[in-house]
Design a protein around this ligand. Structure first.
Ligand code: ADP
Ligand code: MG
Length: 682
């Protein structure tokens, strides 16, 4: 018996060359191979008669070859072989391109099973390149459900299938991780059976069952992993914070906190007094005042003699937080320091010394904060801003910097509840569902191309009043196939032909990190009037002087993303506007965009988005920080997700931490999943 960890080269017919091709699919071992699931199936089980064949519906049929195949050499590299076949219901003309195999195997007067797709036009019906087998051969390519695998150059579907079959015959599939009781309750196939069926189902129904099991397992392992992390944290002990009198902090604020902010801080204080590490997410729309909630938490840590680290995804955001926090805390005698990658080694060294000897209480920074050389004297609280940029793995790396510090993550991406559970299953959640008073909504309009002159005039008006504008384009560069605006070209056009007298700047995701930051910082310093950008501006920088955002080809974005973008304006005192443009005339698209013009409630928009577009927008590879699911597609499998979450929650409660072999297998699968995930996050 072979092992799952054995290399694919132990299979017959898999030499070094084949192995290289498998490698391109990330398949190294038999285990990898068995986990290379079909992306779909072709139902070749139905055997029709020739007269029953329908155009564009591939099917099998049994027919006799009615003449000797005739091959015409059309030109170099193109041979056409034609042959007539028939059964008692009808006759059909088959065409093969460059098929030596057909020429050599199809015999006049013999019957075969064919599988192909009827095509037809005014000139009559026919079929091109059908697959065929002898009627008495085993059903390998016809009369069966055919798995269709993801492939790579040189590797055929048949070769993958052959290797998989062989692997299944010489080794046992991966171990069962789903408890029996759960499998029964949710009608889930066992592992052994599922691995066989997913590669060789007898019917489409079987294939669907096997697929469901794999998806269920993925979700189950993931949610169980999050629950285990949560349980493990709850077991840890930390000294409860004794001093929770925040009145000096409240008194030094230039405003009164909103009810939502007070509630969130209250929840945080309760966590800090518990004696176990806090693990909390603060979710609030752009502008809801998350920074002050974080500041309250950091203040509480400071008066209890603990250091805090606030980690932001970009340097400029870190600088912004540093500016506002040091202004707030300096009068209270609390020292705030900034640590970013672009500081000089000497500056960094100085800050690190302060962190190590405890003279700095609050550190604000980027990834530099979690680098090896940063040592804290007494790190008690870790805050990450704009959480969606940091994965589960990074969160835990940061916590490793202290002895189980409290964790607070802040996210501006409103996420519907089901998805939040998936992304933040290991976190408690506080929601800021209230904006500070006096904040005027950003007026949003949807305009067609005929409004272009007026849009341009409006940009000019804002600039002439001393304000700045964002123009967001869906693409970086021109793309032939697509009629959408690209930032590079549109910036050029605006500068050359529309606003030669204004200062137009450009910012997009293909620029280097430092270049991006410089462009953003320059805009924040009002060194440009109009910033033409891609969605890179979506996250966090405050430019209160920007009062207008024009989003070109808005139909290209998800509603939540548009909402997020729109949050970049309306941050100052002046009235702000957002203009969405589109060429799209699809009534559904128009309705979707109009919904955004009417509401400013991020959660409502997120729910709407989920309904209309599925969860893809929330789980874009960039922002999710989630492991890549192998099999599950979050756009279609939400129902299974719910079941798996329910199942894993129940199981963890009953048995999750027990020492059964199943629990051990599950724990090792969880560890594997999260370590794989870490590589793909960021
Ligand atoms: P976000 O939740 O998007 O991170 P910020 O924390 O950046 O929001 O706050 C947005 C702006 O609102 C900041 O200028 C901040 O000083 C201000 N702000 C925060 N809380 C309040 C409040 N309770 N009343 C008035 N202004 C507030
Ligand atoms: Mg913020």
């Amino acid at each position: 018996m072979a092992k799952l960890s054995d290399p694919v080269t132990i299979l017959r017919g898999v030499g070094p060359a084949k192995a290289k091709q498998f490698e391109a699919l990330n398949i190294f071992t038999l285990g990898d191979l068995l986990c290379h699931f079909p992306r779909g199936y072709e139902d070749r089980t139905k055997l029709l008669q020739v007269a029953q064949l329908e155009v564009d519906r591939p099917a099998c049929f049994r027919a006799m070859v009615m003449n000797t195949p005739r091959t015409n050499h059309i030109r170099k590299g193109l041979d056409l072989t034609k042959v007539q076949v028939a059964d008692h219901t009808g006759r059909l003309s088959l065409t093969f391109f460059n098929s030596k195999y057909a020429v050599e195997h199809l015999e006049y007067g013999k019957e075969y099973i064919f599988y192909g797709c009827l095509t037809g036009d005014y000139a009559g019906y026919g079929m091109t390149n059908p697959i065929f087998e002898d009627i008495d051969s085993a059903a390998v390519t016809t009369r069966r459900v055919m798995p269709i695998y993801p492939l790579t150059a040189g590797l055929t579907n048949a070769a993958v299938l052959k290797a998989v079959r062989q692997a299944l015959s010489i080794c046992d599939p991966p171990r069962e991780v789903l408890p029996e009781a759960i499998r029964q309750r949710y009608g889930i196939l066992g592992a052994e059976e599922a691995y066989r069926i997913i590669h060789e189902p007898r019917t489409m129904e079987e294939a669907a069952q096997a697929r469901k099991r794999m998806i269920f397992e993925e979700f189950f392992v993931f949610s169980a992993g999050l629950s285990l992390m949560r349980a493990a944290r709850a077991e840890k002990k930390t000294a409860p914070y004794e001093n929770t009198d925040l009145s000096p902090f409240y008194h030094s604020l230039p405003f009164t906190l909103t009810g939502a902010q007070q509630r969130a801080i209250g929840e945080i204080l309760a966590d800090l007094q518990k004696g176990a590490p806090m693990n909390r997410l603060v979710q609030g729309d752009v502008g809801s005042g998350k920074t002050m909630v974080a500041a309250g938490a950091a203040y509480c840590a400071a008066i209890n003699g603990k250091q805090s680290a606030l980690m932001a995804p970009t340097e400029i955001l870190a600088e912004q937080h540093f500016a506002s926090l040091s202004q707030l805390f300096a009068p209270m005698g609390i020292t705030v320091a900034l640590l970013t990658g672009s500081m000089t080694p000497k500056e960094k060294k100085q800050v690190r010394e302060g962190l190590e000897n405890g003279s700095v209480q609050i550190a604000v920074g980027t990834h530099a904060l979690i680098s090896e050389s940063t040592v804290f004297q007494n790190l008690g609280l870790v805050i990450t801003d704009e959480q969606h940029r940091f994965g589960v793995g990074q969160r835990s790396r940061l916590s490793a910097k202290g002895t189980d510090p409290h964790l607070l993550v802040m996210s501006a991406t409103p996420i519907p509840r089901t998805l939040a559970l998936l992304m933040y299953g290991d976190l408690e959640v506080s929601i800021l569902d209230e904006l500070p008073p006096g904040r005027e909504a950003v007026d949003t309009f949807l305009l067609g191309e005929s409004y272009r002159p007026r849009i341009n005039a409006f940009i000019r008006k804002q600039v002439s009043e001393g304000h700045q504008c964002f123009v967001v384009c869906p693409a970086v560069e021109e793309n032939d196939g697509l009629d959408i605006k690209s930032a590079t070209v549109w910036a050029e056009t605006l500068q050359q032909t529309v606003f030669p007298d204004l200062r137009i700047a450009l910012l997009h995701g293909q620029m280097k990190g430092a270049e991006k930051e410089a462009a953003m910082a320059a805009f924040a310093r009002q060194e440009a009037d109009v910033l033409v950008a891609t969605t890179v501006i979506e996250v966090g920088v405050d430019v209160p002087n920007a009062t207008l955002m024009v989003i070109e080809d808005a139909d290209r974005f998800g509603l939540s993303q548009l909402h997020q973008l729109r949050g970049r304006v309306g941050r100052g005192k002046a009235k702000s506007y957002c203009i969405l443009t589109t060429h799209n005339r699809n009534p559904d698209t128009i309705q979707r965009l109009k919904a955004l013009c009417k509401t400013t409630d991020g959660f409502k928009i997120a729910e709407e988005d989920l309904k209309l577009r599925g969860p893809g927008d929330f789980f874009g590879s960039r922002q999710s920080g989630l492991p890549a699911f192998h099999m599950a597609d979050l756009s279609f499998d939400l129902e299974i997700l719910k079941q798996a979450q329910e199942a894993s929650a129940r199981w963890i409660e009953d048995a999750g931490t027990q020492d059964t072999p199943e629990a051990a297998a599950l724990r090792s699968r969880v560890a594997e999943l999260f370590s794989r995930a870490e590589g793909t996050m960021n």
